[in-house]
Design a protein around this ligand. Structure first.
Ligand SMILES: Cc1ncc(COP(=O)(O)O)c(C=O)c1O
Length: 370
């Protein structure tokens, strides 16, 4: 472990993920309060944190359960005591479906849901559930503009829902309708409009199911960027935000909606200056400590910029005199560019409060990518 309870941040071994617990608690409280006042359930996406400690805290704060994206994550969360897990993804292939059905059988006291967008998959899932004596909740995934997965029309959603209803091992719960491409539209009007367009489409699919007399108890979707509009849409019953607990550089690029709940950066990466030459500080954290898909991590202090990143190193360059003096051995607190893939690179989150380590949490589903 990179630290022990009671350590000062400066004593944490690096590179290490640091979670500011006061900010994390506040982010969680704010999301739960916003959702409660809008009358929607919160099912946070655990793909962001992959941590049982965090999932249990989210449920204690009022979340109905968690989402995950990978079957391997669902295995970790169910085994760790989470009793309501939705895999917001298609599970395809005999081996994977067998694992899914096995999981549902092992955890009969829990709810386990999965998304479908294909009739053949529904039939195979039903057969495998019968073989395994298992039952599953099923959500028809409806493509609301993400162009990733999901059926494309309300008529297709209805046809698939009808198919699900033919299989007694499968319980039709409703619709999965996640508008991923809307989350990072930078301007408030574009983001709001993209979210409302997605909700409008999801509303059409819900109407098609209900008009045909089929159950559609839950429309679930939405993320950190759009939750306010999703929650107010009267279409979504449940929102699935993930990144709000941490907030990363990429989310900070979204123009803030003055009427929406604000979240603070709570996740940081601590690195050490391992070589110092003039105005060039080489850090002990590179591609294996933070993701760069939304740009590299950046210092939380001024006067320095992180430019060059290689496997185990990155270079801080002085840009002006406004920042701190840095020396060999100095610790640098960075903000990750994109929290989800950064978390997946680490085994531990060092949870700190007011500058002291309170606990060190395992990132239990780290590497659960299959
Ligand atoms: C299906 C689904 N739901 C919810 C989320 C949560 O998004 P965010 O971390 O932007 O809140 C994601 C993220 O990619 C997702 O894929």
């Amino acid at each position: 472990m990179p630290a022990q309870p009671g350590d000062a941040i400066a004593d944490v071994d690096t590179p290490a993920l640091i979670l500011d617990l006061d900010r994390f608690d506040a982010n969680l409280r704010r999301m739960m309060a916003a959702a409660a006042s809008a009358g929607v359930r919160v099912r946070p996406h655990a793909k962001s944190h992959k941590s049982l400690q965090i999932a249990h805290r989210q449920i204690a704060a009022g979340a109905v359960g968690i989402c995950c994206q990978k079957l391997g994550e669902a295995e970790v969360f169910l085994s760790g005591g989470i009793r309501d897990v939705l895999v917001t993804n298609e599970v395809v292939g005999t081996r994977k479906m067998q694992r899914l059905a096995e999981l549902a059988r092992m955890f009969r006291d829990a709810r386990l849901g999965v998304c479908v967008d294909d009739v053949g998959v529904v039939r195979q899932l039903s057969l495998i559930c019968a073989e395994q004596d298992a039952e599953l909740d099923v959500y028809v995934e409806f493509d609301v503009g993400q162009n990733r997965a999901g059926v494309a029309t309300a008529a297709d959603a209805l046809e698939l829902a009808r198919e699900v209803m033919r299989h007694p091992r499968l319980t039709l719960m409703g619709l999965q309708a996640y508008a991923g491409s809307a989350q990072h539209r930078r301007g408030v009007p574009e983001r709001r409009e993209a979210a409302l367009r997605a909700a409008g489409r999801a509303g059409l699919a819900r109407a098609a199911l209900r008009d045909a007399g089929l159950p559609c108890e839950i429309v679930t979707g939405g993320g950190t960027g759009t939750f306010r509009y999703d929650a107010a849409s009267r279409v979504y019953d449940e929102i699935q935000p993930g990144s709000f607990i941490f907030m990363d550089i990429d989310y900070a690029r979204n123009e803030a909606d003055p009427d929406a709940t604000r979240f603070d950066h709570a996740l940081f990466l601590l690195a050490t200056v391992m070589s110092m030459r003039g105005d060039r500080a080489t850090l002990d954290a590179g591609l294996k400590a933070f993701s760069t898909d939304s740009g590299p991590a950046q210092p939380t202090f001024g006067g320095w910029h992180l430019r060059s990143v290689s496997d185990e190193h990155s270079i801080l360059t002085r840009i002006d005199d406004s920042g701190p003096e840095i020396q060999l051995g100095s610790k640098a607190l960075l903000l990750p560019g994109h929290c989800d893939p950064t978390v997946n690179l680490h085994d531990w989150i060092v949870a700190v409060r007011k500058g002291r380590v309170e606990d060190v949490w395992r990132i239990d589903a780290r590497g659960a990518v299959f």
